[in-house]
Design a protein. Structure first.
Length: 565
Protein backbone atom coordinates (compact mmCIF):
# COMPACT_ATOMS: atom_id res chain seq x y z
CA UNK A 1 0.00 0.00 0.00
CA UNK A 2 2.74 2.42 0.90
CA UNK A 3 6.38 3.17 0.43
CA UNK A 4 6.82 3.31 4.21
CA UNK A 5 8.85 0.38 5.54
CA UNK A 6 9.06 -0.61 9.22
CA UNK A 7 11.53 1.73 10.87
CA UNK A 8 14.67 0.66 12.68
CA UNK A 9 13.42 0.84 16.26
CA UNK A 10 15.03 -0.23 19.54
CA UNK A 11 13.31 -3.63 19.51
CA UNK A 12 14.67 -4.50 16.10
CA UNK A 13 18.10 -3.29 17.22
CA UNK A 14 17.97 -5.70 20.18
CA UNK A 15 16.87 -8.58 17.97
CA UNK A 16 19.55 -7.87 15.38
CA UNK A 17 22.19 -7.79 18.12
CA UNK A 18 20.94 -11.11 19.51
CA UNK A 19 20.99 -12.70 16.06
CA UNK A 20 24.50 -11.37 15.39
CA UNK A 21 25.67 -12.78 18.73
CA UNK A 22 24.27 -16.19 17.88
CA UNK A 23 21.75 -16.23 20.72
CA UNK A 24 19.04 -18.88 20.32
CA UNK A 25 21.11 -20.22 17.41
CA UNK A 26 20.14 -17.11 15.46
CA UNK A 27 16.41 -17.92 15.71
CA UNK A 28 13.71 -15.29 16.02
CA UNK A 29 10.43 -16.55 17.42
CA UNK A 30 7.76 -14.14 18.73
CA UNK A 31 4.21 -14.59 19.97
CA UNK A 32 0.98 -12.67 20.40
CA UNK A 33 -0.81 -13.70 23.63
CA UNK A 34 -4.33 -12.23 23.82
CA UNK A 35 -6.74 -12.91 26.66
CA UNK A 36 -9.97 -14.38 25.25
CA UNK A 37 -12.15 -12.08 27.38
CA UNK A 38 -13.09 -9.41 24.84
CA UNK A 39 -12.52 -8.15 21.34
CA UNK A 40 -9.27 -6.75 19.96
CA UNK A 41 -8.87 -3.00 19.53
CA UNK A 42 -6.54 -0.73 17.56
CA UNK A 43 -3.96 -0.89 20.38
CA UNK A 44 -3.80 -4.67 19.98
CA UNK A 45 -3.33 -4.17 16.24
CA UNK A 46 -0.09 -2.32 16.94
CA UNK A 47 1.18 -5.26 19.01
CA UNK A 48 -0.04 -7.83 16.49
CA UNK A 49 1.65 -6.14 13.56
CA UNK A 50 4.85 -5.65 15.56
CA UNK A 51 5.10 -9.29 16.66
CA UNK A 52 4.07 -10.83 13.35
CA UNK A 53 6.08 -8.26 11.40
CA UNK A 54 9.27 -9.07 13.29
CA UNK A 55 8.70 -12.78 12.80
CA UNK A 56 8.46 -12.25 9.06
CA UNK A 57 11.28 -9.72 8.70
CA UNK A 58 13.85 -11.93 10.38
CA UNK A 59 12.81 -15.19 8.77
CA UNK A 60 11.33 -16.42 12.01
CA UNK A 61 7.99 -17.55 13.41
CA UNK A 62 5.14 -16.07 15.40
CA UNK A 63 2.77 -18.03 17.61
CA UNK A 64 -0.78 -17.15 18.47
CA UNK A 65 -1.28 -18.25 22.08
CA UNK A 66 -4.34 -17.41 24.13
CA UNK A 67 -3.75 -16.60 27.79
CA UNK A 68 -6.81 -18.50 28.99
CA UNK A 69 -6.07 -18.62 32.71
CA UNK A 70 -9.21 -16.84 33.96
CA UNK A 71 -12.25 -19.01 33.13
CA UNK A 72 -14.81 -16.64 34.65
CA UNK A 73 -14.23 -14.06 31.92
CA UNK A 74 -13.30 -16.11 28.86
CA UNK A 75 -15.43 -17.41 26.01
CA UNK A 76 -14.90 -19.35 22.80
CA UNK A 77 -16.72 -16.50 21.01
CA UNK A 78 -13.78 -14.23 21.78
CA UNK A 79 -11.25 -16.82 20.66
CA UNK A 80 -12.83 -17.13 17.23
CA UNK A 81 -13.30 -13.38 16.84
CA UNK A 82 -9.66 -12.69 17.73
CA UNK A 83 -8.42 -15.29 15.27
CA UNK A 84 -10.58 -13.78 12.55
CA UNK A 85 -9.40 -10.22 13.26
CA UNK A 86 -5.73 -11.25 13.22
CA UNK A 87 -6.18 -13.02 9.90
CA UNK A 88 -8.05 -9.97 8.54
CA UNK A 89 -5.03 -7.83 9.39
CA UNK A 90 -3.01 -10.11 7.13
CA UNK A 91 -1.11 -12.06 9.79
CA UNK A 92 -0.54 -15.81 9.81
CA UNK A 93 0.62 -17.67 12.87
CA UNK A 94 2.92 -20.65 13.15
CA UNK A 95 1.14 -24.02 13.27
CA UNK A 96 -1.99 -24.54 15.33
CA UNK A 97 -3.53 -21.99 17.65
CA UNK A 98 -2.01 -22.44 21.10
CA UNK A 99 -3.42 -21.91 24.60
CA UNK A 100 -1.89 -21.48 28.03
CA UNK A 101 -4.34 -24.22 29.05
CA UNK A 102 -2.35 -26.60 26.83
CA UNK A 103 0.35 -26.37 29.49
CA UNK A 104 -1.72 -26.60 32.68
CA UNK A 105 -0.24 -29.95 33.67
CA UNK A 106 3.33 -28.80 33.06
CA UNK A 107 2.71 -25.55 34.95
CA UNK A 108 1.30 -27.51 37.87
CA UNK A 109 4.41 -29.70 37.94
CA UNK A 110 6.64 -26.63 37.87
CA UNK A 111 4.69 -25.14 40.77
CA UNK A 112 5.35 -28.37 42.69
CA UNK A 113 9.03 -28.03 41.73
CA UNK A 114 9.16 -24.56 43.31
CA UNK A 115 7.56 -25.93 46.48
CA UNK A 116 10.16 -28.69 46.63
CA UNK A 117 12.91 -26.10 46.23
CA UNK A 118 11.52 -24.13 49.14
CA UNK A 119 10.52 -21.33 46.74
CA UNK A 120 6.72 -21.52 47.02
CA UNK A 121 4.17 -22.01 49.79
CA UNK A 122 0.42 -22.27 50.32
CA UNK A 123 -0.99 -19.20 52.05
CA UNK A 124 -4.27 -19.06 53.97
CA UNK A 125 -4.47 -15.28 54.10
CA UNK A 126 -7.48 -13.73 52.41
CA UNK A 127 -7.02 -11.50 49.37
CA UNK A 128 -7.58 -8.44 51.55
CA UNK A 129 -5.02 -9.62 54.10
CA UNK A 130 -2.47 -10.35 51.36
CA UNK A 131 -2.84 -6.78 50.11
CA UNK A 132 -2.37 -5.49 53.67
CA UNK A 133 0.72 -7.64 54.27
CA UNK A 134 2.25 -6.63 50.94
CA UNK A 135 3.09 -3.11 52.11
CA UNK A 136 3.35 -0.05 49.90
CA UNK A 137 5.83 1.17 47.29
CA UNK A 138 7.65 3.04 50.09
CA UNK A 139 7.15 0.58 52.96
CA UNK A 140 8.24 -3.09 53.02
CA UNK A 141 5.73 -5.88 53.35
CA UNK A 142 5.43 -8.45 56.13
CA UNK A 143 5.87 -12.18 55.93
CA UNK A 144 2.71 -14.24 55.98
CA UNK A 145 2.32 -16.38 59.12
CA UNK A 146 2.02 -19.36 56.74
CA UNK A 147 5.25 -18.61 54.89
CA UNK A 148 7.36 -21.16 56.78
CA UNK A 149 5.19 -24.21 56.27
CA UNK A 150 7.14 -27.34 55.53
CA UNK A 151 7.64 -28.58 52.00
CA UNK A 152 5.54 -31.67 52.71
CA UNK A 153 2.66 -29.60 54.12
CA UNK A 154 2.75 -27.25 51.15
CA UNK A 155 2.75 -30.15 48.68
CA UNK A 156 -0.17 -31.76 50.51
CA UNK A 157 -2.21 -28.54 50.62
CA UNK A 158 -1.44 -27.73 47.00
CA UNK A 159 -2.60 -31.18 45.93
CA UNK A 160 -5.80 -30.77 47.95
CA UNK A 161 -6.32 -27.36 46.31
CA UNK A 162 -6.22 -29.12 42.95
CA UNK A 163 -8.61 -31.86 44.07
CA UNK A 164 -11.26 -29.27 44.92
CA UNK A 165 -11.24 -29.65 48.67
CA UNK A 166 -11.23 -25.90 49.40
CA UNK A 167 -13.61 -23.12 48.35
CA UNK A 168 -12.67 -20.13 46.20
CA UNK A 169 -10.37 -17.71 47.98
CA UNK A 170 -9.55 -20.07 50.84
CA UNK A 171 -5.91 -20.54 49.84
CA UNK A 172 -3.41 -19.41 47.23
CA UNK A 173 0.00 -20.67 46.19
CA UNK A 174 2.63 -17.94 46.41
CA UNK A 175 6.25 -17.69 45.36
CA UNK A 176 8.68 -17.21 48.25
CA UNK A 177 10.91 -14.33 47.15
CA UNK A 178 11.28 -11.22 49.34
CA UNK A 179 8.55 -9.31 51.15
CA UNK A 180 10.88 -6.32 51.51
CA UNK A 181 11.81 -6.16 47.85
CA UNK A 182 11.56 -2.59 46.40
CA UNK A 183 9.67 -4.03 43.41
CA UNK A 184 6.27 -4.88 44.86
CA UNK A 185 5.74 -7.55 42.16
CA UNK A 186 8.43 -9.68 43.84
CA UNK A 187 6.82 -9.62 47.28
CA UNK A 188 5.71 -13.24 47.22
CA UNK A 189 3.38 -13.00 44.19
CA UNK A 190 0.50 -15.42 43.74
CA UNK A 191 1.08 -18.39 41.44
CA UNK A 192 -2.24 -20.24 41.73
CA UNK A 193 -5.69 -19.35 42.98
CA UNK A 194 -8.74 -21.51 43.58
CA UNK A 195 -11.52 -20.88 41.11
CA UNK A 196 -14.34 -23.39 40.77
CA UNK A 197 -15.41 -22.32 37.29
CA UNK A 198 -16.04 -24.08 34.01
CA UNK A 199 -13.20 -23.49 31.54
CA UNK A 200 -14.03 -22.99 27.85
CA UNK A 201 -11.46 -25.67 26.87
CA UNK A 202 -10.65 -27.86 29.89
CA UNK A 203 -14.19 -27.95 31.23
CA UNK A 204 -14.23 -28.88 34.94
CA UNK A 205 -10.89 -30.68 34.96
CA UNK A 206 -9.28 -27.90 36.96
CA UNK A 207 -10.41 -25.78 39.88
CA UNK A 208 -7.06 -24.03 40.37
CA UNK A 209 -5.64 -21.74 37.71
CA UNK A 210 -2.21 -20.15 37.28
CA UNK A 211 -1.84 -16.39 37.35
CA UNK A 212 -0.79 -14.52 34.24
CA UNK A 213 2.66 -13.82 35.68
CA UNK A 214 3.29 -17.50 36.31
CA UNK A 215 1.82 -18.81 33.05
CA UNK A 216 3.21 -16.19 30.68
CA UNK A 217 6.96 -16.68 30.81
CA UNK A 218 6.76 -20.43 31.21
CA UNK A 219 4.50 -20.72 28.17
CA UNK A 220 7.05 -18.67 26.25
CA UNK A 221 9.78 -21.07 27.41
CA UNK A 222 7.79 -24.17 26.44
CA UNK A 223 7.22 -22.82 22.94
CA UNK A 224 10.83 -21.75 22.41
CA UNK A 225 9.94 -18.06 22.14
CA UNK A 226 13.08 -15.96 21.79
CA UNK A 227 11.66 -12.45 22.27
CA UNK A 228 8.56 -11.89 24.38
CA UNK A 229 7.41 -8.42 23.35
CA UNK A 230 5.02 -6.74 25.82
CA UNK A 231 3.60 -3.30 26.42
CA UNK A 232 5.20 -0.95 28.91
CA UNK A 233 2.95 -1.78 31.88
CA UNK A 234 4.76 -5.14 32.13
CA UNK A 235 8.17 -3.52 32.61
CA UNK A 236 7.98 -3.84 36.40
CA UNK A 237 6.95 -7.47 35.95
CA UNK A 238 10.07 -8.35 33.97
CA UNK A 239 12.19 -9.15 37.09
CA UNK A 240 9.50 -11.66 38.10
CA UNK A 241 9.40 -13.05 34.55
CA UNK A 242 13.17 -13.57 34.77
CA UNK A 243 12.97 -15.01 38.32
CA UNK A 244 10.68 -17.81 37.19
CA UNK A 245 12.85 -18.59 34.16
CA UNK A 246 15.96 -18.69 36.37
CA UNK A 247 14.42 -20.88 39.06
CA UNK A 248 12.60 -23.45 36.94
CA UNK A 249 14.07 -26.28 34.83
CA UNK A 250 13.02 -24.71 31.51
CA UNK A 251 14.85 -25.60 28.30
CA UNK A 252 14.64 -22.13 26.72
CA UNK A 253 15.22 -18.66 28.13
CA UNK A 254 13.05 -16.09 26.36
CA UNK A 255 13.76 -12.39 26.71
CA UNK A 256 11.00 -9.94 27.59
CA UNK A 257 11.11 -6.52 25.89
CA UNK A 258 8.60 -3.74 26.57
CA UNK A 259 7.37 -0.98 24.27
CA UNK A 260 4.91 1.88 24.66
CA UNK A 261 1.30 0.98 24.05
CA UNK A 262 -0.90 3.01 21.74
CA UNK A 263 -2.91 5.93 23.13
CA UNK A 264 -5.26 7.80 20.79
CA UNK A 265 -6.98 11.14 21.27
CA UNK A 266 -10.78 11.05 21.70
CA UNK A 267 -10.52 7.34 22.57
CA UNK A 268 -10.43 4.98 25.53
CA UNK A 269 -8.43 1.77 25.17
CA UNK A 270 -9.09 0.09 28.50
CA UNK A 271 -10.82 -3.23 27.90
CA UNK A 272 -12.72 -2.72 31.15
CA UNK A 273 -14.04 0.64 29.95
CA UNK A 274 -14.91 -0.70 26.52
CA UNK A 275 -16.82 -3.52 28.19
CA UNK A 276 -18.66 -0.96 30.32
CA UNK A 277 -19.65 0.98 27.20
CA UNK A 278 -21.13 -2.21 25.74
CA UNK A 279 -22.82 -3.54 28.87
CA UNK A 280 -24.42 -0.21 29.79
CA UNK A 281 -25.71 0.36 26.25
CA UNK A 282 -23.71 3.48 25.46
CA UNK A 283 -22.81 1.79 22.16
CA UNK A 284 -24.52 -0.90 20.11
CA UNK A 285 -22.06 -3.69 20.86
CA UNK A 286 -18.39 -4.50 20.42
CA UNK A 287 -18.71 -3.91 16.67
CA UNK A 288 -20.31 -0.49 16.94
CA UNK A 289 -18.51 1.57 14.26
CA UNK A 290 -17.70 4.24 16.86
CA UNK A 291 -15.71 1.75 18.93
CA UNK A 292 -11.90 1.41 18.54
CA UNK A 293 -12.28 -2.37 18.31
CA UNK A 294 -11.05 -4.07 15.16
CA UNK A 295 -14.62 -5.35 14.72
CA UNK A 296 -16.00 -1.83 14.92
CA UNK A 297 -13.35 -0.45 12.59
CA UNK A 298 -13.99 -3.18 10.05
CA UNK A 299 -17.71 -2.42 10.12
CA UNK A 300 -16.96 1.27 9.76
CA UNK A 301 -14.91 0.69 6.62
CA UNK A 302 -11.31 0.69 7.81
CA UNK A 303 -9.02 -1.44 5.70
CA UNK A 304 -6.20 -3.68 6.95
CA UNK A 305 -3.89 -1.74 4.65
CA UNK A 306 -4.76 1.54 6.38
CA UNK A 307 -4.25 0.09 9.85
CA UNK A 308 -0.92 -1.43 8.87
CA UNK A 309 0.20 1.90 7.39
CA UNK A 310 -0.90 3.74 10.54
CA UNK A 311 1.10 1.40 12.78
CA UNK A 312 4.14 1.79 10.54
CA UNK A 313 3.89 5.58 10.69
CA UNK A 314 3.60 5.83 14.47
CA UNK A 315 6.52 3.45 14.95
CA UNK A 316 7.69 1.78 18.16
CA UNK A 317 8.84 3.79 21.17
CA UNK A 318 10.03 3.24 24.73
CA UNK A 319 7.99 6.07 26.26
CA UNK A 320 4.23 6.48 26.30
CA UNK A 321 2.74 9.23 24.14
CA UNK A 322 -0.61 10.14 22.64
CA UNK A 323 -1.23 9.86 18.89
CA UNK A 324 -3.69 12.15 17.12
CA UNK A 325 -6.69 10.18 15.89
CA UNK A 326 -6.53 12.44 12.82
CA UNK A 327 -3.46 10.49 11.69
CA UNK A 328 -5.45 7.25 11.79
CA UNK A 329 -8.20 8.89 9.75
CA UNK A 330 -5.62 10.27 7.31
CA UNK A 331 -4.21 6.81 6.57
CA UNK A 332 -7.69 5.48 5.82
CA UNK A 333 -8.54 8.48 3.65
CA UNK A 334 -5.26 8.08 1.79
CA UNK A 335 -5.92 4.39 1.10
CA UNK A 336 -9.56 4.82 0.07
CA UNK A 337 -8.72 7.77 -2.15
CA UNK A 338 -6.66 5.42 -4.30
CA UNK A 339 -9.13 2.54 -4.36
CA UNK A 340 -12.71 3.54 -3.55
CA UNK A 341 -15.30 4.02 -6.29
CA UNK A 342 -17.14 7.36 -6.46
CA UNK A 343 -20.91 7.72 -6.47
CA UNK A 344 -23.49 10.43 -5.87
CA UNK A 345 -25.69 10.42 -2.80
CA UNK A 346 -27.98 13.13 -1.44
CA UNK A 347 -28.22 12.85 2.34
CA UNK A 348 -30.74 15.63 3.06
CA UNK A 349 -32.77 15.83 -0.15
CA UNK A 350 -34.84 18.62 -1.60
CA UNK A 351 -36.56 18.35 -4.98
CA UNK A 352 -35.18 20.16 -8.01
CA UNK A 353 -37.38 20.35 -11.11
CA UNK A 354 -36.08 21.40 -14.51
CA UNK A 355 -39.08 23.12 -16.05
CA UNK A 356 -37.84 23.16 -19.66
CA UNK A 357 -36.73 19.52 -19.66
CA UNK A 358 -38.36 17.40 -22.41
CA UNK A 359 -41.11 15.41 -20.75
CA UNK A 360 -40.44 11.65 -20.22
CA UNK A 361 -36.87 12.02 -21.46
CA UNK A 362 -34.17 10.17 -19.57
CA UNK A 363 -30.51 10.57 -20.42
CA UNK A 364 -27.48 8.76 -19.10
CA UNK A 365 -24.09 10.18 -18.21
CA UNK A 366 -20.79 8.40 -17.84
CA UNK A 367 -19.28 8.78 -14.36
CA UNK A 368 -15.69 7.98 -13.53
CA UNK A 369 -15.36 5.30 -10.85
CA UNK A 370 -12.05 6.57 -9.51
CA UNK A 371 -10.03 9.42 -11.05
CA UNK A 372 -6.94 8.11 -9.21
CA UNK A 373 -7.25 4.75 -10.95
CA UNK A 374 -8.10 4.77 -14.68
CA UNK A 375 -8.37 0.98 -14.65
CA UNK A 376 -11.40 1.26 -12.35
CA UNK A 377 -13.54 2.19 -15.35
CA UNK A 378 -16.83 4.06 -15.41
CA UNK A 379 -20.53 3.58 -14.73
CA UNK A 380 -23.71 5.15 -16.06
CA UNK A 381 -25.85 7.61 -14.08
CA UNK A 382 -29.48 8.25 -15.14
CA UNK A 383 -30.58 11.89 -15.49
CA UNK A 384 -33.97 13.51 -16.06
CA UNK A 385 -35.83 16.70 -15.24
CA UNK A 386 -36.85 15.56 -11.75
CA UNK A 387 -33.91 15.48 -9.33
CA UNK A 388 -32.79 15.63 -5.73
CA UNK A 389 -30.04 17.92 -4.51
CA UNK A 390 -28.71 18.62 -0.99
CA UNK A 391 -30.89 21.01 0.98
CA UNK A 392 -27.78 22.89 2.13
CA UNK A 393 -26.80 23.50 -1.51
CA UNK A 394 -29.63 26.05 -1.86
CA UNK A 395 -30.08 29.39 -0.09
CA UNK A 396 -32.62 32.07 -0.91
CA UNK A 397 -30.52 34.87 0.57
CA UNK A 398 -26.96 33.57 0.40
CA UNK A 399 -23.87 35.19 1.91
CA UNK A 400 -21.26 36.72 -0.37
CA UNK A 401 -19.08 33.64 -0.88
CA UNK A 402 -21.89 31.14 -1.28
CA UNK A 403 -21.26 29.61 -4.71
CA UNK A 404 -24.07 27.10 -4.82
CA UNK A 405 -27.68 27.50 -5.95
CA UNK A 406 -29.82 30.53 -5.19
CA UNK A 407 -32.52 32.49 -7.06
CA UNK A 408 -31.20 33.69 -10.41
CA UNK A 409 -27.85 31.92 -10.01
CA UNK A 410 -26.45 29.35 -12.43
CA UNK A 411 -24.59 26.23 -11.25
CA UNK A 412 -23.24 23.07 -12.83
CA UNK A 413 -24.81 19.69 -12.10
CA UNK A 414 -21.98 17.17 -11.95
CA UNK A 415 -21.51 15.35 -15.31
CA UNK A 416 -24.75 16.88 -16.67
CA UNK A 417 -25.85 20.47 -17.42
CA UNK A 418 -25.85 24.06 -16.24
CA UNK A 419 -29.10 25.00 -14.45
CA UNK A 420 -30.43 28.36 -13.25
CA UNK A 421 -32.88 28.77 -10.38
CA UNK A 422 -36.08 30.49 -11.52
CA UNK A 423 -38.65 29.74 -8.82
CA UNK A 424 -39.08 28.44 -5.27
CA UNK A 425 -42.09 26.39 -4.12
CA UNK A 426 -43.16 26.46 -0.47
CA UNK A 427 -45.53 24.43 1.69
CA UNK A 428 -48.30 25.93 3.82
CA UNK A 429 -45.79 26.66 6.59
CA UNK A 430 -43.53 28.59 4.30
CA UNK A 431 -40.83 25.95 4.06
CA UNK A 432 -39.08 25.48 0.72
CA UNK A 433 -40.08 22.09 -0.67
CA UNK A 434 -39.08 22.42 -4.32
CA UNK A 435 -36.61 24.39 -6.42
CA UNK A 436 -37.46 25.03 -10.05
CA UNK A 437 -34.79 25.66 -12.63
CA UNK A 438 -34.17 25.85 -16.33
CA UNK A 439 -31.26 24.12 -18.01
CA UNK A 440 -28.98 25.04 -20.89
CA UNK A 441 -29.17 22.17 -23.46
CA UNK A 442 -25.87 23.33 -24.95
CA UNK A 443 -24.02 22.68 -21.71
CA UNK A 444 -24.27 18.89 -21.86
CA UNK A 445 -21.47 17.25 -19.93
CA UNK A 446 -21.12 20.31 -17.70
CA UNK A 447 -19.33 22.48 -20.25
CA UNK A 448 -20.72 25.57 -22.00
CA UNK A 449 -19.90 26.08 -25.69
CA UNK A 450 -19.64 29.85 -25.19
CA UNK A 451 -16.94 29.40 -22.57
CA UNK A 452 -18.81 30.94 -19.65
CA UNK A 453 -17.75 29.76 -16.21
CA UNK A 454 -19.76 28.84 -13.13
CA UNK A 455 -18.24 28.49 -9.68
CA UNK A 456 -20.61 25.97 -8.16
CA UNK A 457 -20.86 22.26 -9.00
CA UNK A 458 -23.57 20.22 -7.26
CA UNK A 459 -24.08 16.49 -6.96
CA UNK A 460 -27.58 15.18 -7.57
CA UNK A 461 -29.69 12.03 -7.88
CA UNK A 462 -32.47 11.37 -10.39
CA UNK A 463 -35.70 11.25 -8.39
CA UNK A 464 -37.43 8.41 -10.34
CA UNK A 465 -34.28 6.29 -10.16
CA UNK A 466 -33.22 7.10 -6.59
CA UNK A 467 -32.63 4.33 -4.08
CA UNK A 468 -33.96 5.12 -0.61
CA UNK A 469 -31.26 4.63 2.02
CA UNK A 470 -30.28 5.37 5.57
CA UNK A 471 -26.95 7.10 6.07
CA UNK A 472 -25.16 7.31 9.40
CA UNK A 473 -22.71 10.11 10.09
CA UNK A 474 -20.22 9.41 12.86
CA UNK A 475 -18.19 11.74 15.02
CA UNK A 476 -15.77 10.89 17.83
CA UNK A 477 -17.39 8.82 20.57
CA UNK A 478 -16.00 11.29 23.13
CA UNK A 479 -16.12 15.06 22.98
CA UNK A 480 -12.61 15.76 24.30
CA UNK A 481 -9.11 14.59 23.47
CA UNK A 482 -8.58 12.87 26.84
CA UNK A 483 -11.85 11.31 28.02
CA UNK A 484 -10.18 9.89 31.13
CA UNK A 485 -9.40 13.43 32.32
CA UNK A 486 -13.08 14.41 32.45
CA UNK A 487 -14.15 15.55 35.93
CA UNK A 488 -17.08 13.17 36.00
CA UNK A 489 -15.16 10.20 34.59
CA UNK A 490 -14.85 9.03 31.02
CA UNK A 491 -18.59 8.43 30.61
CA UNK A 492 -19.26 12.11 31.25
CA UNK A 493 -17.18 12.84 28.13
CA UNK A 494 -19.44 10.86 25.79
CA UNK A 495 -20.29 12.89 22.71
CA UNK A 496 -24.09 13.20 22.33
CA UNK A 497 -23.57 13.92 18.63
CA UNK A 498 -21.35 10.91 17.90
CA UNK A 499 -24.11 9.44 15.71
CA UNK A 500 -26.36 11.38 13.33
CA UNK A 501 -28.83 9.39 11.24
CA UNK A 502 -30.09 10.62 7.88
CA UNK A 503 -33.08 8.31 7.27
CA UNK A 504 -34.22 9.83 3.95
CA UNK A 505 -31.02 9.72 1.93
CA UNK A 506 -31.20 9.13 -1.82
CA UNK A 507 -28.56 7.22 -3.77
CA UNK A 508 -27.86 6.85 -7.45
CA UNK A 509 -28.66 3.23 -8.45
CA UNK A 510 -25.05 2.06 -8.76
CA UNK A 511 -24.22 3.21 -5.21
CA UNK A 512 -26.76 0.95 -3.53
CA UNK A 513 -24.86 -2.26 -4.30
CA UNK A 514 -21.23 -1.37 -4.99
CA UNK A 515 -19.52 -3.84 -7.27
CA UNK A 516 -16.14 -3.31 -5.65
CA UNK A 517 -17.07 -5.60 -2.77
CA UNK A 518 -18.63 -5.22 0.65
CA UNK A 519 -15.25 -4.96 2.39
CA UNK A 520 -14.27 -1.69 0.71
CA UNK A 521 -15.95 1.62 1.39
CA UNK A 522 -17.06 3.93 -1.42
CA UNK A 523 -16.89 7.68 -1.76
CA UNK A 524 -20.08 9.70 -1.89
CA UNK A 525 -19.05 12.83 -3.75
CA UNK A 526 -18.47 15.81 -1.42
CA UNK A 527 -19.68 13.74 1.57
CA UNK A 528 -16.89 11.36 2.48
CA UNK A 529 -16.19 7.64 2.39
CA UNK A 530 -19.00 5.29 3.37
CA UNK A 531 -19.28 1.56 4.07
CA UNK A 532 -22.42 -0.43 3.38
CA UNK A 533 -23.46 -1.92 6.72
CA UNK A 534 -24.36 -5.53 6.02
CA UNK A 535 -25.72 -5.96 9.56
CA UNK A 536 -28.40 -3.28 9.06
CA UNK A 537 -28.97 -3.21 5.30
CA UNK A 538 -31.74 -4.91 3.38
CA UNK A 539 -32.04 -5.34 -0.37
CA UNK A 540 -34.76 -2.69 -0.40
CA UNK A 541 -33.09 -0.25 1.97
CA UNK A 542 -29.30 -0.16 2.26
CA UNK A 543 -27.64 1.46 5.28
CA UNK A 544 -24.31 3.23 4.88
CA UNK A 545 -21.99 4.43 7.66
CA UNK A 546 -19.46 7.15 7.04
CA UNK A 547 -15.95 5.77 7.43
CA UNK A 548 -14.18 9.10 7.28
CA UNK A 549 -14.93 12.58 6.02
CA UNK A 550 -13.17 14.15 3.06
CA UNK A 551 -11.80 16.98 5.19
CA UNK A 552 -8.20 16.23 6.12
CA UNK A 553 -7.74 17.37 9.72
CA UNK A 554 -4.34 15.68 9.99
CA UNK A 555 -2.79 17.95 7.38
CA UNK A 556 -4.20 20.95 9.26
CA UNK A 557 -2.67 19.69 12.52
CA UNK A 558 0.72 19.20 10.86
CA UNK A 559 0.55 22.66 9.29
CA UNK A 560 -0.35 24.31 12.61
CA UNK A 561 2.49 22.52 14.40
CA UNK A 562 4.98 23.72 11.79
CA UNK A 563 3.72 27.29 12.05
CA UNK A 564 4.13 27.21 15.84
CA UNK A 565 7.66 25.84 15.78
Amino acid sequence: MSDHAPGRDFIREIIEADVAAGKNDGRVHTRFPPEPNGYLHIGHAKSILLNFGIGTEYGGKTNLRFDDTNPTREETEYVEAIKDDIAWLGCRWEGETLFASDYFEQLYEWAQYLIKQGLAYVDDLSAEEIREYRGTPTEPGRNSPYRDRSIDENLDLFGRMRSGEFPDGARVLRAKIDMAHPNINLRDPALYRIRHAHHHRTGDAWCIYPTYDFAHGQSDAIEGITHSICTLEFENHRPLYDWFIENLPVHHTPRQIEFARLHLTYTVMSKRKLLQLVQEGHVDGWDDPRMPTIRGMRRRGYTPEAIREFCTRIGVAKANSVVEIALLEFTLREDLNRRAHRYMAVLDPIRLTITNWPESTVESFEAVNNPEDPSAGTHQVPFCGDLYIEREDFMEDPPRKFFRLSPGREVRLKYAYFVTCTEVVRDDSGNVIEIRCTYDPASRGGESPDGRKVKGTLHWVSRPHAVNAEVRLLDHLFDREDPDAADGGFLSALNPESLTIRPEAKLEPAAAHPEVGSELAVQFLRQGYFKRDSALSTDERPVFTRSVALRDSWQRIVRNKRENE
